[in-house]
Structure formats: C-alpha cells, structure tokens
Design a protein around this ligand. Structure first.
Ligand code: RBF
Length: 169
C-alpha cells in the first residue's frame, strides 16, 4: 500500500478564477521541463486557464527566492497579480558542498518569502542525491518511475489559492 504522497484532496478545488505564476530554474532542464509540464497539466485539470498561468525563469535554484519575490512584485505592478506562485528547481548532489548550501538556503528563503509576499509559495524544489532520483520524481525514469511531483505542486497551488488566497474570504 502506498502511504507517501499528497493523498486525496478533501474536496476538488475550482481553479478557474486564479492566476498562477511558475518560476523555474534552468539547471537540470530535462527534469525541470517534466515537472513544469506536470504542474500545468494538473492545474488545467482543475480549471486553471492557460492564460492565467504565467511562466518565468531564473538561471539556477539559488536565484529562485529573490526571483520569485520580484516576479510577484512585477505581476502586481502590471495589474495582473498572482494568487499563488510555484518556484521550481532541481538540485542534484555533486562532489562539493554546493548542494547542501543551495538546498538549505533556498528552502529557508522560500519558506520565509511566504510572509513577505503574503501569498502561498509552493515548495517546488527537488533535492536529490542522484540524477536517477530526480528523474524518478519527475516521472521520467522508466525503471523506477514514481509519479510526477510537479502534479502535486499544481494541486497544492490551486488548493492554497482557492482556500486561503487573497480572494478566498
Ligand atoms: N542550480 C540548480 O538549480 N541545481 C543544481 O544542481 C545546481 N548545482 C550547482 C553546482 C555548482 C557547483 C554550482 C557552482 C552551481 C550550481 N547551481 C545549481 C547553480 C546555482 O543555483 C546558481 O544558479 C549559481 O550559483 C549562480 O548564482
């Protein structure tokens, strides 16, 4: 029996009235693209309109926290404010300490960002020990494929925006 994972939602959330930002790093692009696709497909299945999904990129995961902050600010200034944002990055351990420092600092910064931007910031960061782990979590490792975590991030984004977002109550 599968225990891990998001599980069934308590209800189906209608995403037809929300605007979502996806901002993704460009490192480990094959995996990133699959995760972004998974998030978009899940949100579309929950009614989010294509025109209401805005995509932006940054070079690497370390750029995600500030990039996300400015993305949120920019959209507000343009008069197209986001209801929720999904920063997406894939960190794969190498032979130096970069992985540890970037994983830790980026995770904390994204968590703290939620209060600064006062909107849900979904945790779309994979922190994997191997490339195989990352491929499996993006649903593209045929031998060890798991479901695509991007789908969970899309579902979490819709739920958080609809249930707790600025227009929710
Ligand atoms: N960015 C990622 O998104 N994923 C990685 O796995 C990753 N590994 C890196 C490893 C090294 C040794 C360095 C120097 C950078 C790495 N980056 C990675 C890029 C990092 O997030 C950032 O874009 C750059 O350090 C520029 O600020």
């Amino acid at each position: 029996m599968a225990v891990k994972g998001l599980g069934k939602p308590d209800q189906v959330y209608d995403g037809s009235k929300i605007r979502v930002g996806i901002i993704h790093a460009r490192w480990n692009r094959v995996i990133i693209d699959a995760l972004v696709k998974g998030a978009i497909e899940r949100m579309a299945s929950l009614g989010v309109e294509e025109k209401n999904i805005i995509i932006e990129t940054v070079p690497g995961s370390y750029e995600l926290p500030w990039g996300t902050k400015r993305f949120v600010d920019r959209q507000a200034k343009l008069g197209e404010p986001l209801d929720v944002v999904i920063p997406i990055g894939v960190l794969i351990k190498g032979s130096t300490m970069h992985f540890e420092y970037i994983s830790d600092s980026t995770t904390h910064a994204l968590m703290n960002l939620q209060e600064k931007v006062d909107m849900p910031v979904i945790f779309g960061l994979l922190t994997c020990m191997t490339e195989e782990q990352a491929l499996a979590r993006a649903g593209i490792d045929e031998a060890h494929s798991m479901h695509n975590h991007g789908e969970d991030w899309g579902a979490a984004a819709v739920e958080m925006a609809v249930k707790f977002g600025k227009n929710a109550f």
